[in-house]
Ligand binder design. Structure first.
Ligand code: ZN
Ligand code: ZN
Length: 462
């Protein structure tokens, strides 16, 4: 176990560069050269999870980053056959760690691909699903009444726009359909938001529109007919009861803007916290549960930004999750995860420590590089209600295994050493990579053990 640990760590530390960027979308694949069937393996330019609805689940942007974690082969597997065999999911095998400014609270989070058809991530109430809920809830908690619009296409319109074998070659061309290519879906989403939120008008912000703020997310398949392509856009808006003429006005505007007289639009509204949590849970669930239901769209949706917000969401909460719990909703862990997603410690409220700034984006990085998830077991980490986030108890001892604090310190040192090459012994050590340090530490331990000090070492600091 120890040697495989060491290898994993070495690999993770040596091969993987950070690529944390908050991109949004669905982690689907896209063939860059022609069809899957014709071209054979498509070039693996990106880890499929690179474009999830948040940066929780897939922080990797290049093939080597993903392959370093054994997450890079999936696409090639798929590319070899139109009906891919299911590889064993590597989801959850790696974890990132973090600590808050106080230094007293340590956290871990497993890495998930977030793909809707992943056997791990596609399940209802999977860690990926819960993380999406946790992202949305703090905003939805700001509204007293929640309106829910579903916008759906008539059967005949659902497949218009298939762009032959090169779906991404004509991006930017006039929209040919509504919901059967990434380009069309992007355009359609923009049009819907223009109708609901208003048209952007320079400094005046959005003008016109029906709802001041909202969030939308696509579902790709319905609940009734398994595997039947039925894209529909779910929108949560700040709104309660709408009179019939008001609702008809919205429907007519959508049909006119989208040039689809038979567009299907449903509206309902809720004011109980439990119902609102339920809606958030519903719209964030995965519907593309099987890649083989539509490999063409699965490919085309690669990097598609699935979740779209508008309006100002900096207000105060109007209700809390406890109220939803009273109404029977399972909200366990969601609040803690929301805090961690915002970069705050759920236990003391202090920010998570910034380890360094991403050299490309300048964004602060608060989570470590990936470590083998086996560490979570070794550290006795406690999972936060099936979210893949963990609380790591305070570590006082030293030995074979790094404590989270030590790992984070090493990482900071390594970053510093890369940023400003120096000849200080510490910096040199950091450049040697953690495995060299590890080896040295282990050798020292072995020597002491040989000398008969093992008992004292193992019990030191306990
Ligand atoms: Zn997954
Ligand atoms: Zn804390």
């Amino acid at each position: 176990m120890l040697s495989s640990n060491k290898e994993s760590i070495t690999q993770a530390f040596a091969d993987i560069q950070w690529g944390l960027g908050p991109t949004e979308g669905v982690g689907f694949y896209k063939s860059r050269k022609g069809s899957v069937a014709e071209q054979g393996p498509a070039p693996s330019l990106s880890f499929p999870g690179a474009a999830l609805e948040n940066n929780e689940d897939g922080p990797f942007q290049t093939k080597s980053e993903a392959e370093g974690l054994g997450l890079g082969d999936y696409k090639d597997l798929i590319a070899k056959s139109a009906t891919p065999e299911k590889p064993i999911s590597p989801c959850g095998a790696w974890a990132l760690i973090s600590e808050c400014e106080s230094g007293d609270h340590h956290f871990g989070k497993r890495i998930y691909c977030g793909r809707e058809w992943c056997e791990v991530c596609g399940e209802d109430n999977s860690a990926s699903h819960k993380r999406r809920q946790a992202r949305i809830l703090p905003k939805i908690q700001q509204v007293k009444e929640l309106g829910y619009l579903v916008i759906e296409w008539p059967d005949w319109a659902r497949h218009i726009g298939e762009r032959g074998l090169n779906p991404d070659q004509d991006q930017g061309d006039p929209v040919a359909g509504w919901c059967y290519s990434k380009a069309d879906l992007q355009e359609t989403t923009n049009m819907i938001i223009e109708v609901l939120a208003g048209r952007r008008c320079g400094r005046r912000g959005r003008v016109g529109g029906f709802f001041a703020r909202g969030v939308g997310r696509w579902h790709w398949f319905g609940d009734q007919c398994q595997g039947k392509w039925n894209p529909h856009f779910n929108v949560l808006v700040e709104s309660g009861y709408l009179s019939k003429p008001e609702l008809e006005g919205i429907k007519a505007s959508l049909r006119f803007a989208l040039n689809c007289p038979e567009l299907i639009v449903h509206y309902s509204y809720f004011d109980k916290p439990g119902q609102m949590v339920q809606k958030v849970r519903y719209i964030t669930r995965a519907t593309f549960r099987d890649y083989s239901w539509n490999p063409y769209m699965a490919q085309d949706l690669f990097n598609f930004r699935n979740i779209r917000w508008w309006g100002n969401w900096k207000g105060e909460p109007a209700w809390d999750l406890g109220q939803a719990k009273v109404e029977g909703e399972d909200i366990a862990g969601l609040e803690a995860v929301s805090k961690l997603q915002e970069g705050l410690c759920p236990d003391c409220g202090q920010p998570l420590k910034v380890l360094y700034h991403n050299h490309r984006t300048g964004q602060p990085v608060q989570w470590s590089r990936p470590v083998d998830s086996i560490y979570l077991d070794i550290w006795g980490a406690q999972e936060i209600s099936g979210t893949g986030y963990y609380r790591i108890p305070r570590q006082g001892w030293h030995g074979y295994i790094f404590s989270p604090g030590e790992l984070l310190k090493l990482e900071k040192l390594a970053v510093k050493a890369r940023a400003s090459p120096s000849v200080s012994p510490e910096a040199r050590m950091a450049r040697e990579h953690v495995n060299a340090y590890w080896e040295r530490k282990r050798r020292a331990w072995d020597e002491l053990e040989d000398m008969g000090f093992g008992y004292f070492l193992r019990n030191a600091g306990k």
